[in-house]
Design a protein. Structure first.
Length: 178
């Protein structure tokens, strides 16, 4: 019963929002189409402003991964983390996730392909991917686009949130899937 209700809500949530938001705007007297076009123009201008930051972070991540830096760090930290219950297989994901969403998605895909989607590692990789953020990507692209230079507290807050999310994903996956 509950599963059916959740499935029904999931199936209708996005179509309902797509219908309700313009209708609400029209009821309030907003020129919905014109507002949409203005927002699209603003989004395009923002995209042009973030392209240099986006290219810089993607090149840096590509160089780090291509040079073997991620694998080297994983080999160094793996034995220590393995002793405290941290699955060594997801270490490359934990290292790469704060830097790049697409790079870390590649690691998740690799883990799921190697271990299987219903394996503990596959489920943990998906949970860790979904519960952590691309902290440095967000700082580089979005903060750079609006000209924020002092990011010290944002870096610390973002990385602490990533570590807490990763630990929570490990604990919850151990409780649920093992």
């Amino acid at each position: 019963m509950i599963r059916h209700l959740i499935g029904t809500i999931s199936a209708w949530a996005i179509p309902a929002f797509i219908l309700v938001i313009p209708l609400y705007g029209m009821a309030k007297g907003v020129k919905v189409y014109e507002s949409f076009v203005e927002g699209a123009k603003g989004g395009f201008q923002m995209a042009i402003r973030i392209i240099p930051y986006l290219v810089a972070i993607l090149v840096a991540v590509g160089m780090l991964r291509g040079a073997g830096g991620i694998d080297l760090l994983a080999r160094w930290l793996g034995p220590v983390l393995g002793r405290i219950g941290f699955p060594v297989e997801i270490l490359p994901l934990a290292i790469l996730r704060p830097l790049s969403g697409s790079g870390s998605l590649g690691v998740v895909t690799e883990l799921v392909t190697t271990h299987g989607p219903d394996s503990f590692i596959g489920r943990l990789a998906a949970s860790a991917y979904g519960s952590t953020e691309t902290t440095f990507y967000v700082l580089a692209v979005y903060f750079g686009a609006v000209g924020i230079k002092k990011t010290r507290h944002a870096v610390i807050s973002g990385l602490v949130a990533d570590v807490v999310s990763l630990v929570a994903a490990i604990i919850v996956c151990r409780l649920v899937f093992l």
